[in-house]
Design a protein around this ligand. Structure first.
Ligand code: AMP
Ligand code: MG
Length: 523
C-alpha cells in the first residue's frame, strides 16, 4: 500500500481567513483566503502527468495511475488532510489598478510535505468558481490547460524558475468560450491542471490589503513570506521587510533576464501574475519568439498597445516591482527604498543580460571592454531581419566548431533566416562574426567553446506551432503528440535526433494561425 501523504496548513494557520464558506461573488477584506471546495466534474480522465515532478513529490506510478487519484486531480475528491481554499489578491492589469481579483478558478487543495521536509501547494486550475470568480465559470479549456501543463514543465527543464504542473485532466464537460471575442462562442473540451509551487503568492497579494489600508494584514502577510520562504533575511522588522523587497526586486530582474535569454514572452505581466518567489506563473497567452522581434506579443488583447511585447518585459517587470514597493510602503516606511530598488533592478538586469547573452555566444573568462558592444551589435543585427532565435544560437555554436571562420556567411547560419538575406545584412553579419571569432573562439578549443554554448542555448523550446499541433490532436482524442512533447521537453539542450521535426523554424502555415502567433486571453 502507498505510504500516506502529509498535508500542512501553514498558509491557513499563519494568515487570517474569510469566515464565509459559500462561493457567492463578493469582496473580501481582512483575509488572505476563503474556504471553497472544487466543483465536481462529470467524467474526469487523466490525459498526462509529469513523471519527474511526481517523482520529486514522492507520488509513485501506481498512485498516479490510480483512478482514485484522477478523482482528486479533477476536484471530485480529496485526500485526507487536504483543506481547500482560494487565495485573495488584487492587481494592476494592463497598467491600471483592477481591485480585487483573487483566484478566480484556482483552488489550493493543500500543502504537500515532501521527503526533504519542505512543502509545496497542490493547486487545481479550472476547478470551479470560488467567491472571487467575478461571475466567470471558474473553468479552463483543454487548449490553454495543455499549454500551461507543457510549458511549466518545459521551463523547469530549461532551468527557468517556474510553477510546475503535475497533471492534466479532461473534465468530460464542455466549456463555452468566445475565443476571439467576436460573437462566436462555442463549447470546447474542459480540463484541469494541477499546479505545484512552494507558494502561489503574487505582487497582488500585497497590493490588495494595501488598497484597503489594512496595514495589519500587510504585516502578517510579509511576516508569513519572510519566516516561511526567506528565513535567511532575518526575523520580521522594518529592515527585514526592506531586505525582502530588495531580494524580490533582484530575483525578478534575474527571472526576466532568463526569459529574454530563451525567448519566452509571458504575454500578461499584470502584477497579479508576478510571483513573490520570482517563479514564472500563470501561463495564459504566452509564446516563444520565433524571429527576434522585440515588438512581438502573443496576446491578441495586447496587439494594439504591445505593453507586454518581448522587448518590453524588463521595463514592465520594473514597473511591477515599483507597484509592489508602493504596496509594501506602509511596512518599509521609506519611499527612497523604491528609488533604490529601481536602481538595483536596472543594475541586476543589465548584469544578468550581459552574463546570459555572453554565455550564449561563448564568451569565457573576465568581461572585456568590447563585450557589451559585441552583444549590442549582435542584438541589433538579429532584430533587423527575421531570423530564428533558437536556431541561430545553435548554428553559431556549430561555427565555433570550425577550424577557421569561413569567408562568407556560413550556410548553417544562413539557414536560420526566414527569408532571403540582403547583401548588406550579410556583410554586417560577417563583420560581426569576425569580431566574435577573435573574442570568443581564437586561441580556444572550438569544441569546448561550442559545448559551453550548447549547454545554455536550447535546441528545443515549446514553439507555439508545436504546442498547437499537440492541442489539435488531443482535441480529437490523439494524445501521442502531447506525450511526445513531454519527452522532448525533458531534453531541451541535448534533444535527441528523433525530435528533429520539432526543432524547426516556424512553418508558413503557422505564421498567422490562431494558437500559434495569436493567442487569446479567453482560456
Ligand atoms: P489571468 O490574467 O489569466 O491570470 O487572469 C486574471 C484573473 O481572472 C484571475 O484572477 C483569474 O483567476 C480570473 N479568471 C480567468 N479566467 C477565469 C474563469 N474562467 N473563471 C473565473 N475566473 C477567471
Ligand atoms: Mg493570473
Amino acid at each position: 500500500m502507498a505510504s500516506p501523504l502529509t498535508f500542512r496548513r501553514r498558509f491557513l494557520e499563519q494568515l487570517p481567513g474569510d469566515p464565509r464558506t459559500d462561493n457567492t461573488t463578493r469582496l473580501v477584506r481582512g483575509a488572505c483566503w476563503s474556504r471553497v471546495l472544487p466543483t465536481p466534474v462529470p467524467a474526469p480522465r487523466l490525459l498526462a502527468w509529469s513523471r519527474p515532478l511526481a517523482q520529486e513529490l514522492g507520488l509513485d506510478e501506481p498512485r498516479m495511475q490510480d483512478a482514485a487519484t484522477t478523482q482528486v486531480l479533477a476536484g471530485n475528491n480529496l485526500w485526507p488532510g487536504m483543506d481547500p481554499y482560494a487565495a485573495n489578491y488584487g492587481g494592476h492589469q494592463f497598467g491600471h489598478w483592477a481591485g480585487q481579483l483573487g483566484d478566480g478558478r484556482a483552488i489550493v487543495l493543500g500543502e504537500l510535505e515532501r521527503r526533504d521536509g519542505t512543502s509545496v501547494e497542490l493547486q487545481l486550475k479550472g476547478a470551479g468558481p470560488p467567491h472571487s470568480s467575478r461571475r466567470a465559470d471558474g473553468r479552463a479549456v483543454l487548449r490553454s490547460s495543455l499549454r500551461e501543463f507543457l510549458c511549466s514543465e518545459a521551463m523547469h527543464h530549461l532551468g527557468v524558475p517556474t510553477t510546475r504542473a503535475l497533471s492534466l485532466v479532461a473534465t468530460g464537460e464542455g466549456v463555452v468560450r468566445d475565443m476571439f471575442y467576436d460573437g462566436n462562442p462555442r463549447a470546447e473540451p474542459g480540463a484541469i491542471v494541477c499546479r505545484v509551487a512552494p507558494s502561489f503568492l503574487r505582487f497582488g497579494s500585497f497590493e490588495l490589503p494595501c488598497s484597503h489600508g489594512d496595514v495589519a494584514l500587510l504585516r502578517r502577510l510579509a511576516d508569513h513570506v519572510l519566516t516561511t520562504f526567506f528565513p535567511e533575511l532575518g526575523a520580521p522588522s522594518a529592515d527585514a521587510y526592506a531586505r525582502l523587497y530588495q531580494d524580490i526586486t533582484m530575483r525578478t530582474a534575474e527571472l526576466v533576464a532568463h526569459w529574454q535569454a530563451v525567448g519566452f514572452v509571458h504575454g500578461v505581466m499584470n502584477t497579479d501574475n508576478m510571483s513573490l518567489l520570482s517563479l514564472t506563473i500563470d501561463y495564459g497567452p504566452y509564446g516563444w519568439i520565433d524571429d527576434f522581434d522585440f515588438g512581438w506579443t502573443p496576446n491578441t488583447t495586447d496587439a494594439g498597445m504591445r505593453r507586454y511585447a518581448f522587448g518590453n518585459q524588463p521595463s514592465i517587470a520594473l514597473w511591477n516591482v515599483l507597484r509592489l514597493g508602493e504596496a509594501m510602503l506602509p511596512l518599509l516606511g521609506d519611499e527612497s527604498l523604491l528609488d533604490a530598488a529601481a536602481a538595483s533592478f536596472q543594475h541586476t538586469y543589465a548584469a544578468a543580460e550581459v552574463r546570459r547573452y555572453g554565455a550564449k555566444i561563448g564568451l569565457a573568462g573576465e568581461r572585456q571592454a568590447g563585450d557589451e558592444a559585441l552583444l549590442r551589435d549582435l542584438v541589433l543585427w538579429l532584430s533587423a531581419q527575421a531570423i530564428d532565435m533558437t536556431l541561430f544560437f545553435r548554428a553559431l555554436a556549430d561555427v565555433a566548431r570550425l577550424d577557421r571562420l569561413p569567408a562568407a556567411l556560413p550556410a548553417g547560419l544562413r539557414a536560420t533566416f526566414y527569408g532571403p538575406v540582403p547583401a548588406a545584412h550579410e556583410v554586417a553579419g560577417q563583420a560581426w562574426l569576425a569580431r566574435w571569432w577573435q573574442r570568443a573562439r581564437e586561441g580556444r578549443d572550438g569544441g569546448r567553446v561550442a559545448a559551453a554554448m550548447d549547454a545554455v542555448n536550447p535546441r528545443f523550446v515549446l514553439r507555439n506551432w508545436v504546442a498547437q499541433l499537440a492541442i489539435e490532436a488531443a482535441e480529437l482524442g490523439d494524445l501521442a503528440p502531447l506525450q511526445r512533447l513531454q519527452r522532448a521537453l525533458e531534453r531541451p539542450f541535448d534533444t535527441p535526433a528523433e525530435f528533429d521535426d520539432l526543432v524547426q523554424k516556424r512553418p508558413d502555415w503557422a505564421r498567422h494561425k490562431p494558437g500559434c502567433s495569436a493567442l487569446s486571453c479567453s482560456s
